[in-house]
Write a protein that binds this ligand. Structure first.
Ligand code: XMP
Length: 325
């Protein structure tokens, strides 16, 4: 039966409401799970992070988190998962660095749909392998949120690349399934998760894989990751991080001629995309101040190996989708 949010359920907007929700869910999870173990794929995104923090509070070490680093994470993301969940919250965390597996499989593959399929399929494989090494797991926790349920009509099926195999024979634990995104964030803050983790911008499951355009190479992926980190740092510093809905760099598989230190310097362009939207179905372009664009260009072209130009994508959606592939 479909899960339906009752009309009487108050929107969680304050710490007090979040605390009450947390107490309720802690009790419900304990009642559901008893002394059994629960497995969670922890991507480091908002939803799975909030579920992890909630379950750690409810059942502590009975929760086993598996973080698969597919090598397509943004700079510092896997490190943050290890720091926050492994160290600060002392979670039962299994960290799998599967970078080589993913990048080897993706080598030479330029078709976007094929890339997505490989990333999604390999993710399931790695997660399956890890979970089969574990004993006595009875439940699978998921960061399903209410819009996922409302949208499970197929429109965005291709977006759920991090989805898990449907034949996993485990009962589901979905403590935030009735919440909207803004409520998940309020709950995350009430649970003490870092602001940057709770308020981070959306990030596609296939990660930088859909922004390292065409066939992914390690050097171009590394350049993309560094350029993206600079963009995020500058948006943070200049008050745009909380204002712009999604912003990132895409690096196409194209080189142009440049000049550095008086010598010919061939490099890739870094394309900045910064969009505002409410539902990701349409999007408008953020008007980044020119001075900031110049500063970001200066930093990226000086600090990132392999990048010799910076472009700003002015295309709204439609006609351009938010991601490039
Ligand atoms: P597009 O590019 O379709 O993106 O305008 C709309 C929103 O969806 C995100 N997106 C994805 N998310 N897996 C995801 O989890 C994907 O394969 C994927 N493709 C796009 C995109 O970042 C934007 O927020």
């Amino acid at each position: 039966m479909a899960i339906v949010r009752p009309d009487s359920m108050e929107r969680i907007t304050t710490k007090a409401l979040a605390d009450a929700f947390i107490d309720e869910q802690v009790a419900a999870v304990r009642a559901q799970v008893g002394d059994k173990k629960v497995l969670l794929a922890l991507s480091g995104g908002v939803d799975s992070s909030v579920v992890a923090a909630l379950l750690i509070k409810a059942i502590g070490k009975q929760l086993v988190c598996v973080h698969v680093n597919h090598g397509l994470m943004r700079k510092g993301e896997s490190e943050q998962v290890i720091e926050v969940f492994g160290k600060e919250l002392d979670a039962n965390l299994i960290y799998v660095d599967a970078t080589d597996r993913f990048l080897d499989l993706l080598a030479g593959v330029s078709d976007p749909e094929q890339k997505r399929k490989i990333i999604g399929g390999e993710f399931i494989k790695v997660f399956d392998e890890e979970s089969s090494k574990l004993q006595g797991i009875s439940f699978l926790a998921q960061g399903t949120i209410y819009p996922d349920i409302l949208e499970s009509d197929g429109v965005k099926a291709h977006h759920n690349v991090g989805g898990l195999p449907e034949d996993m024979e485990m009962e589901l634990v979905e403590p935030v399934a009735l919440l909207y995104k803004d409520e998940v964030r309020v709950v995350g803050e009430a649970l003490g998760l870092p602001h940057a983790m709770v308020y981070r911008q959306p990030f596609p499951g296939p990660g930088l894989g859909v922004r390292c355009l065409g066939a992914i190479t390690r050097d171009r992926l590394a350049a993309l990751r560094e350029a993206d980190a600079i963009l995020r740092e500058e948006f943070d510093k200049n008050g745009l991080a909380g204002k712009v809905w999604q912003y990132f760099i895409a690096v196409p598989d194209v080189k142009s001629v440049g000049v550095r230190d008086g010598k010919r310097y061939e490099g890739w362009p870094a394309i900045i995309r910064a969009v505002n939207t409410s539902d990701a179905m349409t999007a408008t372009i953020e008007e980044i101040p020119y001075a900031l664009l110049h500063h970001i260009t200066d930093r990226i072209t000086h600090e990132v190996e392999g990048i010799n130009r910076v472009l700003y994508d002015l295309t709204p959606k439609p006609i351009g989708t938010i991601e490039w592939e």
